[in-house]
Design a protein around this ligand. Structure first.
Ligand code: NOJ
Length: 504
């Protein structure tokens, strides 16, 4: 792969707790992931992004990091992580890990020190009086400690925010980047990347954050071929683009695309806006349909309102499973045809639905608890994967999975889908294979089409056409390479995408 492998990569997101369990304790781990590397190679991805794997009390699924230079014992050991990186590299799969610079864990050595010694609190946000900020997970953003002071946590109380005005914090994270680059990781996904700095009135997107990423870019560039990916939720595209200037982050997740309803005009608007934001600054766009924080696409696209918004307001609203599945297939081919990188969240390739019927007492997401149960949280997209067999735990591991899998997932196991040529898994495999040669980095040219159709060609000559209307539309000229659903003669049915080679 080239220096710029990340510009057109297909990146598979592994939520380790729910991927595969190698030791039978019901929680996914590195042993499970290593055993499934051949599956990922066969799927055709270029890189893996792993959610946090560090020692953590798991108050927020590992986003409460107690030690940035080690591995959570439930997941494995540092030596095993190094073996995993080497094994992935042997298969030509890059490894991207999460780094969480906005906040730590109350269990971290630094925070424990700060609790014990009021003179050692400069690395966090301690104040005598809290302000009125609310936590993103619900409830106040401040928690009082025994001596009366309050500390800031934009997320759960177990996740104290770092004070980026303190030089120690800068040094620490540059060192953490080097620690993992030295062990071979190919990049970092930066959690809550726009929140690091705080003023008296705001914690979002303060200008000082850009100096941090300029410095991080210098560190990454020392190693070569390493990538920095921002989790930047900002509605203002101009502000968003500032993170992708040539001396800052390489790419960032496209949450506008992920949140977009399955509506042709809106999708076209978001795609055009994305290209207009990225192309002039030379940053590759990314195309994301799901991750560990959002409702699974199969469920979302079957609802009357197909948009995603944080807050869970749509939880439990009826979803037409067959319609959602068809649209999710069409959306996958659309996303994979667009110029830039594509992300696949584990289980997306199996067409897993959101598990909405989880017993409340098993829900672990702090969003659920902090909202007093009003928001069901994100556990429904984090249920352990079904690999094989006819009953839970479906080959996930020998133990009882930490969240229960629906019985109906017997039809959705990787094993069952591998044997079915028309399955979601085989659609992803075929599409990722074609994508490798014909798609990825580059530009697109829109083709004339009716208002319900998105049609464009890519530099390789591949044409992608999606029908989001209610009736069939004529297919453009060319030979069909792949379609998300059955085609009728020369027409493309509703909620279907086709890839065609353009005639010379
Ligand atoms: C974004 C992560 O994706 C999410 O899972 C986490 O809860 C928050 N950041 C806080 O770290």
């Amino acid at each position: 792969m080239s220096q710029t492998w990340w510009r057109g990569a297909a990146i598979y997101q592994v939520y380790l707790r729910s991927f595969a369990d190698g030791n039978g304790d019901g929680v996914g781990d590195l042993a499970g992931l290593r055993s499934r590397l051949p599956y990922l190679k066969d799927l055709g991805i270029d890189a893996i992004w792993l959610n946090p794997w560090y020692p953590s009390p798991m108050a927020d699924g590992g986003y409460d990091v107690a030690d940035y230079r080690d591995i959570e014992p439930v997941f494995g050991t540092l030596a095993e992580a190094e073996t995993f990186i080497a094994e992935a590299h042997e298969l030509d799969i890059r490894v991207i890990i999460d780094v969480v610079p906005n906040h730590s864990s109350t269990a971290s050595a630094w925070f424990q020190q700060a609790l014990a010694d009021p003179g050692a609190r400069a690395r966090f946000w301690f104040r005598d009086e809290p302000n009125d900020w609310q936590s993103i997970f619900g409830g106040p953003a401040w928690t009082q400690v025994a001596d009366g002071q309050w500390y800031l946590h934009l997320f759960a109380p177990e996740q104290p925010d770092f004070n980026w005005a303190d030089p120690d914090v800068h040094r620490e994270f540059e060192d953490v980047l080097r620690f993992w680059f030295d062990r071979g990781v190919d990049g970092f996904r930066i959690d809550s990347a726009a929140l690091l700095f705080k003023s008296d009135t705001s914690y979002e997107d303060l200008d000082e954050v850009h100096d941090v990423y300029r410095r991080w870019r210098e560190v990454a560039d020392e190693y070569g071929e390493r990538v920095l990916i921002g989790e930047v939720w900002l509605p203002d595209q101009e502000r968003f683009a500032r993170y992708l200037r040539p001396d800052e982050l390489h790419t960032a997740f496209n949450f506008d695309f992920l949140s977009c309803p399955w509506e042709p005009a809106e999708l076209r608007r978001v795609i055009d806006l994305t290209l207009a934001t990225h192309i002039p600054i030379g940053a590759p766009p990314t195309w994301v349909l799901s991750n560990h924080d959002v409702t699974r696409p199969v469920t979302r696209y079957g609802r009357a309102d197909t948009a995603f918004a944080h807050g869970g307001a749509l939880h439990g609203s009826p979803s037409d499973a067959e319609l959602g599945y068809r649209r999710a297939r069409a959306a996958a081919l659309l996303a994979m045809a667009l110029p830039g990188c594509v992300y696949v969240y584990q289980g997306e390739e199996l067409g897993l639905p959101e598990v909405e019927a989880l017993p409340d007492e098993l829900r672990q997401d702090p969003m659920y608890v902090r909202s007093g149960g009003a928001n069901p949280g994100r556990d429904g997209c984090r249920v352990p994967l079904p690999w094989s067999g006819d009953e839970p735990p479906f080959g996930f591991g020998d133990g009882r999975p930490w969240l229960p899998q629906p019985e109906g997932w017997r039809k959705l196991t990787a094993e069952a889908q591998r044997a079915d040529l028309g399955s979601m898994l085989n659609l992803y495999r075929t599409a990722l294979g074609l994508r490798r040669d014909l798609l990825g980095d580059g530009t697109l040219g829109w083709l004339p089409s009716g208002p319900d159709v998105l049609a464009f060609t890519r530099d390789s000559g591949l044409t992608c056409v999606s029908n989001l209307g209610t009736g069939p539309v004529p297919l453009p000229a060319g030979t069909v390479l792949l379609a998300s659903g059955p085609l009728d003669d020369a027409t493309l049915p509703p909620d279907t995408t086709a890839w065609l080679t353009t005639p010379a």
